[in-house]
Design a binder for this molecule. Structure first.
Ligand code: ADP
Length: 185
């Protein structure tokens, strides 16, 4: 599924993010940047040890923040490591922190002149965020970012923003959320 917002293409696909050829891919990291399971493990395995070396030098990243390394052996030139919240009961600023993770990643991408970026579904694996809520937050944050930045004097150079969902079910949830949001808009 694909939609155009101002001049940016927002697309939702099913796939493995480590295969993406976008300028940057986003990693759902932990705050120690220590690697782990899920998409984090997959990115470090596919990208090789150089990414971890750079992560060690950076040290850490707060929840809701984002840092950048090169892409090592990946096709993507950069990896943006962001830290989503661990979901407890929804009353611990989870929504705000998840939105921040997407926004800070996009801001970092724009500051580096990145033209295309791929996101996984942050926090919806080991961190336990209910995916229907997370999808809506993710998409709203991205759409709001495109609309406000493009409305500003300097247009966002981001031409492609892609969500790479790991399962058919996750893809369907994101598609449902995007339909809902774009109908309201
Ligand atoms: P978090 O700790 O932020 O919840 P996880 O890596 O556990 O991060 O899960 C986030 C999402 O990434 C999950 O939906 C999971 O299915 C998905 N995922 C795992 N591996 C990949 C991959 N190679 N490409 C894209 N998505 C992936």
């Amino acid at each position: 599924m694909e939609t155009k917002i101002n001049s940016t293409i927002l697309s939702l696909i099913k796939g493995d993010i480590t295969n993406e050829e976008t300028d940057a891919i986003v990693n759902a990291a932990n705050s120690r940047l220590a690697g782990g399971g899920g998409v984090d493990g997959a990115i470090h395995r596919a990208g090789g040890p150089k990414i971890m070396e750079e992560c060690r030098k950076i040290g850490s990243c707060p929840t809701g923040g984002a840092v950048i390394t090169t892409g090592g052996n990946l096709k993507a030139k950069y990896v943006i490591h962001t830290v989503g919240p661990v979901y407890r009961d929804g009353k611990n600023r989870e929504a705000e922190l998840l939105s921040s993770a997407y926004r800070k990643s996009l801001e970092l991408a724009v500051s580096k002149g990145i033209k295309s970026i791929a996101f996984p579904s942050i926090s919806t694996g080991a961190y336990g965020y209910p995916i229907d809520e997370a999808a809506e937050i993710a998409l709203k944050t991205v759409i709001d970012f495109i609309q406000t930045k493009v409305g500003a004097r300097h247009a966002v150079p981001l031409q492609i923003i892609r969500f790479v969902l790991f399962s058919e079910r996750d893809l369907k949830v994101y598609e449902g959320a995007l339909k809902k949001i774009t109908q309201i808009n």
